[in-house]
Every structure is written in structure tokens, then in C-alpha cells.
Design a protein around this ligand. Structure first.
Ligand SMILES: *Cc1c(COP(=O)(O)O)cnc(C)c1O
Length: 398
């Protein structure tokens, strides 16, 4: 935690908790480093579903080539927060209204998920034209990863043998310009595994295009760059990834590669800060009950991991009774929800944790607040603080 952020977190009163802290300077530096690590010819899009907070998007805008959206809602949001930014629209189950919205303008690529979707699209086109990628579910074993989206039965993308039907529809229709292939096959990959996958996707895509006489100009490799919640310091190796992509592209000088990471871009800039309300001992285990919970930060429940955290000691205690504490023992950190699933971290060794101390959960900048069930139990929503090196921009809102 940067000193400025730590000071801000330490300065929060009990009633200011829980709060989300976003470190905009950290995000800016991280995004710039990712961009710098990639070859200039590789396009970097940010997958907005990881976190579409407008202030984060505003920072990212200067460092990415565009944004990937997966719904009409995200499309509208991006068009109003980042007007003019290139947008790719992907995701399964696009409705006719969403396709129409995409065709009305501002969408630079539409990722086709199925033959049905292509029929819907061509039915809506009229005089208009559109640039598409076909999303393919390649028969590539992705191994043990956090989330596998391809290489197995899946609602995402097209099986390779189904591509030909789509190709026939596109070839007969000059309004649909087929630019290439999209393959977002897995998430949670390290740089070596992702490069290996990228190589196999490129080999497959170029062979397919050659066989079918298709002019392949673009391949979108998706996102899925890994985030290690158990070892937050071990980040995706963007330098190695960039070097590997540069090498891969040597064999394909006319190809444009695009990636669309989400989690690995914004996860590190977000913190969920709260306080310990109670320390309880139950049947030999110690529980710290925190203000807030997985209705604000569902990530550990969704991914079944321990959310990493830092304890920020608060030394004042003005009650008349003895302050409950845990000392040099394993503690399970839970929230205020009346369900045993409301666990943020299970059986984690702590030096000392007392009622009234603050706990700052890291890696809360992606798939955190926005995937959580906010209304469950009707506790107050957290406030959001965007911290930047320019103090005028800092402060809570919402
Ligand atoms: C979710 C998603 C991404 C981003 O994945 P991350 O794991 O957040 O990097 C990119 N592309 C598509 C098609 C997705 O569904």
C-alpha cells in the first residue's frame, strides 16, 4: 500500500467504513508499463466488465487503444464516459436491440458468437456495413487454469467446424467485413502459458484462413492474464509476454494482434478497507467479524480464495471493557451477512487483530464491487475514494 493510500485508509473513521479506495496513480503507472512492454503493433483493449468505474476508465483511456464491452449497458457506459474511444463488442447472447445499438455507431469490431447472431446481424444491417471477428472455441487444451472458456464444451464462441457456415454467410454479403478470428480461451494464465496459447491460436488461424482463402488481418487473443491472489507480488510478466508476442509476429508481419485483458489491468489499484466489529471464539476457531462483507467484495467467495489483506492497527480504545483480540493465531475474516458463505479469508495467521483495527483487502480493483450482491441484507453501500497524486482530484463520491 502506498504511503498516501495508507494515510488515507488510517484516517477513515469507523462510520466511513467500509470504503473502496482506488489508487489512480498506481493504475496509471501500471497501465503505462503494460503498454510499454507490448510491441507497438499489438493493440491493447481493456475489458470493461472487470471494472467500469468512470474514473478508472478515464485513466486507462490514455494508455489503451480501446475498450471491449460485452453488453448494451457497457457499450452505452463507454460511449458516454470515453466518447470517441474505439470499442469492440463481444459476448454471448447479444439481443437484436444490442446489435442495433452497435450498428448505430461507435463500435469498431463486433465479435460474432454464433450463426444465429450472424443471421440477426445481417437482418438488421440494411445499407450499413460492419467489421467482424468470428469468435472460435479452439480444440486446444488449456490445462488447469482459473476459468476455462474454450477447448471444451462451452456457450462461448463457435466450434471450428461451425465456422464454415458463418464464413459462407459472410462471403456472400459484402456488408459484413470479416477481419479475422477472436479466441478468448481461458483466464488465469501466466505469461509463458499465454504465449504458448497465442502461438497455437495463430498457427490454427493462419492455417484455417489459408485453407479457406480468407484474408486474415487480425487475431484477437482475448484477456485472461493471470492474477495470483495467493502471491500478489507475483504479477503477470508483461515484459516476457511482450517479447514473446514480438517474436510471434515476426512470422506474421501483416497481422494485427489485439489483446483485451481486464483483471490484470485494474485489480491492483483497488482496496476494500473496513474495520473489525467483533472477535469471536467458536468451537476452537477464531472469527473476526468485519463491517461489510462479500456483498461488497464477492471475489473471495466467487473464486474460493483468501482475499489478501493488511491490518492497519487502531490504538484508541475508549470502552470500559477489555478489548477483544486475536494474537499469533489463525483467524477467519467474515462479514456481516447471515450466511456461512460470507467469508473473506479463512484461517489466516495474524500477529494481532483487535476489535476496532482496520483491515485493508488488496486486489479489489477488478471483479470486486461490480460482481457483488449489494442489496442482500440492506447494509449501507461503501463509499468510493479515488486517490491521485493531484490532491484536488481525491475524495469520496457516491
Ligand atoms: C472477460 C473477458 C475478457 C477479460 O478477461 P480477464 O480475465 O479479466 O482478463 C476478455 N475477453 C472476453 C471475451 C471476456 O469475456
Amino acid at each position: 500500500m502506498r504511503p498516501q493510500l495508507l494515510r488515507h485508509a488510517a484516517g477513515l473513521g469507523a462510520e466511513d467504513c467500509p470504503a473502496y479506495l482506488y489508487d489512480l496513480q498506481d493504475l496509471r503507472e501500471h497501465a503505462a508499463a503494460i503498454r510499454a512492454a507490448l510491441p507497438g503493433s499489438v493493440q491493447l483493449f481493456y475489458a470493461a466488465k472487470a471494472n467500469s468505474d468512470p474514473r478508472l476508465l478515464g485513466v486507462l483511456r490514455d494508455h489503451v487503444d480501446g475498450f471491449e464491452v460485452a453488453s448494451g449497458g457497457e457499450l452505452h457506459h463507454l460511449q458516454s464516459t470515453c466518447p470517441g474511444a474505439p470499442i469492440a463488442f463481444g459476448g454471448p447472447g447479444k439481443t437484436p436491440a444490442e446489435l442495433e445499438q452497435a450498428l448505430r455507431g461507435g463500435v469498431d469490431r463486433l465479435h460474432i458468437e454464433s450463426e444465429q447472431e450472424l443471421h440477426l446481424l445481417t437482418g438488421l444491417l440494411g445499407e450499413r456495413s460492419v467489421d467482424v471477428l468470428l469468435r472460435v472455441n479452439l480444440p486446444i487444451a488449456v490445462g488447469p487454469v482459473a476459468l476455462a472458456m474454450g477447448g471444451q464444451p462451452s456457450p462461448f464462441g463457435l466450434d471450428p467446424q461451425r465456422l464454415d457456415r458463418c464464413l459462407a454467410l459472410v462471403t456472400d454479403d459484402p456488408r459484413v467485413r470479416l477481419r479475422g478470428i477472436h479466441a478468448h480461451l481461458a483466464s488465469g494464465l501466466g505469461a509463458t502459458a499465454h504465449l504458448d496459447l497465442a502461438g497455437r491460436v495463430l498457427t490454427w488461424a493462419t492455417a484455417w484462413a489459408d485453407q479457406r482463402g480468407v484474408e486474415l488481418t487480425e487475431v484477437n487473443l482475448g484477456g485472461g492474464m493471470g492474477v495470483d491472489y495467493g502471491r500478489p507480488d507475483r504479477r503477470f510478466d508483461w515484459a516476457a509476454f511482450g517479447t514473446g508476442l514480438r517474436r510471434l509476429l515476426e512470422g506474421h508481419p501483416d497481422l494485427t494482434l489485439r489483446i483485451e485483458p481486464g483483471r490484470s489491468v485494474t485489480v491492483y489499484c483497488g482496496w476494500y478497507v473496513t474495520e473489525v466489529l467483533d472477535i469471536k471464539r467458536s468451537h476452537g476457531r477464531v472469527f473476526a467479524v468485519l463491517r461489510g462483507g462479500t456483498h461488497h467484495l464477492r471475489t473471495p467467495a466467487a473464486k474460493q480464495h483468501n482475499q489478501p489483506f493488511t491490518v492497519i492497527p487502531v490504538d484508541t480504545w475508549d470502552r470500559s471493557w477489555k478489548r477483544p483480540e486475536a494474537r499469533d493465531e489463525a483467524v477467519t475474516l467474515v462479514g456481516q451477512l447471515c450466511t456461512p458463505k460470507d467469508v473473506l479469508a479463512r484461517g489466516v495467521q495474524v500477529g494481532r487483530l483487535r476489535v476496532g483495527d482496520k483491515v485493508a483487502f488488496s486486489l479489489a480493483g477488478a471483479y470486486a464491487w461490480n460482481i457483488s450482491h449489494h442489496e442482500f441484507l440492506m447494509h449501507p453501500a461503501p463509499r468510493f475514494h479515488h486517490l491521485d497524486h493531484a490532491p484536488a482530484l481525491a475524495g469520496p463520491h457516491r
